[in-house]
Design a protein around this ligand. Structure first.
Ligand code: SAM
Length: 251
């Protein structure tokens, strides 16, 4: 039996709108988004796109008018509610520019709910361009069909994060010197993965981390992974065991 293709097709262009969307809402796009729809994709009046706002979900929208610099849109109907992202935080020591952009993109695709840059003793990169990282998270969410953006927190010092550790949230501390394999350590419930800098954690930092009641030292195998590799591996393991990768695929 020929399967009825899903409507609207997932191939429709998909854009994040940083405002609350609703049925019948008229929107004027300019700048990069107008250029993308009008000049790059050459869409005209009547064309459909998908839009999401990280607040109310994903909507079907129709182009009413497309000019060189402006595109007039009308929001038609809601396609999906905002996703309930699994309650997982990724705490990571900032790494060099290209790699951190990649890390934010991949952590968004893999489903992290919150990204927290933590400044550790051996952190080499202290200043972060959060605007640029947010743009990478938005692009990744547009591409992987997320309806919720990961929250991108301001960088904080590791010891401040540990001092204010929230009740009831497990802290899986990726420790290259050894620990329980992450796949065995993961328990259901709110969680955070902590990934160290390329230079690793100091012994004092290890002691401070292990002083947190909900902290678990976990291993990601016998090899020393680069920080961004360790983050991706840990996200994939947690999502498989306690995240939403066990749920029915969307289509
Ligand atoms: N400086 C350390 C060394 O040379 O031994 C390596 C640090 S590693 C490049 C960066 C971070 O990735 C570590 O702090 C740790 O959080 C994580 N990591 C790397 N390999 C790991 C492993 N096999 N198990 C657990 N965590 C790992």
């Amino acid at each position: 039996m020929v399967a009825t293709p899903a409507w609207p097709p997932s191939s429709l262009p998909r854009l994040f709108m940083d405002r609350t969307l609703s049925e019948g809402l008229a929107l004027t796009l300019d700048g990069a988004q107008a250029n993308y729809l009008g000049n790059v994709l050459r869409l005209g009046a009547g064309a459909e796109i998908k839009a999401f706002d990280d607040r109310t979900g994903e909507w079907l929208a129709r182009i009413e008018e497309a000019g060189k610099r402006k595109v007039e849109l009308r929001i038609e109907r809601r396609l999906r509610e905002r996703e309930a992202a699994p309650d997982l935080w990724l705490l990571f020591a900032p790494i060099k520019r290209g790699r951190i952009d990649w890390l934010v993109e991949k952590a968004t695709e893999l489903g992290a709910a919150r990204l927290v840059p933590v400044i550790t003793r051996r952190t080499v990169v202290e200043r972060l361009n959060l605007e640029r990282l947010r743009a990478h998270a938005i692009e990744a969410a547009e591409q992987c069909e997320r309806t919720a953006l990961p929250e991108l927190a301001e960088p904080r010092k590791l010891d401040a994060v540990l001092k204010a550790w929230p009740e009831g949230r497990s802290l899986y501390f990726a420790d290259e010197t050894g620990g329980t394999p992450l796949v065995e350590a993961v328990q259901p419930g709110p969680a955070a993965l902590l990934i160290g800098p390329e230079g690793g954690f100091t012994d004092e930092e290890r002691t401070a981390i292990m002083a947190v009641e909900q902290a678990w030292p976990v291993s990601l195998g016998p090899r020393i992974l680069r920080a961004d590799t360790a983050a991706i591996a840990a996200l994939a393991i947690w999502m498989s065991v306690a995240g939403d990768w066990g749920t029915e695929a969307r289509r």
